[in-house]
Design a protein. Structure first.
Length: 253
């Protein structure tokens, strides 16, 4: 796919002076490159660069993130970790509802809004998930999925430093997800960074039990698992039959 652009004014120094805007600009450029490569037969045309980033992430994880996650997993009992995870899930629920509306799913948006209200009140700020037992399960929607539903190609596989597996459109969507996350409103910044750190460590600790599922080339396994999971989310669970998904479906659940 060829992208045509009209002549535009030069980006000003004020725009480039903002780190967040520089990141957004870079992601847009990467996404544009992903669209132009969409017609290629290779599912991973950036494999060389992706593997280098994966190697960096894996080294950082092996020496820092995984040991910290193991310590976190050992230190806190399951009820506390479940409560922490519930709080972060609850915080992200309004953004899920917004994306459901943008995707034309008003029924699900109402369901998740109701879920947010119940867990924020009866569930004590989301510590306890009282909504799921009452027929209001959590859903996973983000701006990246919304873009795809609007017709934007998801793009090829992209391994990001620290963030891990992604696609150009998912990466761009994650920027909007972060900008609209209520955690950004926490002040002072020190507390905001601490909360984000806890969220990241909790996420890594939650993945410890899934490492035994990885077989063969870890990079290929993670890439394929991510792309298939992404397709599953974008299509609301309606995907073509895949032996890989059939074999590991119960384990992933």
């Amino acid at each position: 796919m060829t992208i045509r652009t009209k002549p535009q004014a030069t980006v000003g120094l004020d725009f480039l002076s903002c780190p967040r805007k520089r990141i957004m600009l870079a992601l847009i450029l990467v996404m544009a490159a992903g669209f132009s490569l969409r017609a290629l037969a290779d599912d991973d045309p950036w494999e060389g660069a992706n593997r280098k980033v994966y190697g960096f992430n894996d080294t950082l994880d092996r020496w820092l993130l995984k040991p910290v996650a193991k310590g976190y997993d050992w230190l806190f009992p399951k009820p506390i970790k479940r409560g922490i995870r519930n709080v972060f899930t609850n915080i992200g629920t309004p953004i899920v509802a917004v994306n459901q509306l943008l995707q034309g799913k008003p029924g699900l948006a109402v369901s998740d809004t109701t879920r947010f209200v119940l867990n924020s009140t009866l569930g004590l700020a989301g510590i306890f998930d009282v909504a799921t037992p009452n027929g209001l399960p959590a859903h996973d929607e983000d701006f990246g999925q919304t873009f795809v539903r609007w017709g934007v190609p998801d793009g090829r596989f992209l391994m990001l430093p620290l963030a891990g597996p992604s696609t150009p459109t998912a990466a761009l969507g994650s920027v909007l997800d972060g900008l609209t996350n209520p955690i950004r409103l926490i002040s002072p910044k020190r507390d905001r960074y601490i909360i984000r750190g806890i969220k990241f460590i909790d996420l890594r600790a939650n993945l410890l039990s899934t490492e035994s599922l990885i077989t063969g080339d870890p990079y290929i396994f993670i890439r394929d698992a991510y792309l298939q999971r992404r397709e599953f989310l974008i299509n609301d669970g309606v995907v073509e039959y895949d032996p890989f998904l059939d074999e590991y479906d119960e384990d992933f659940e």
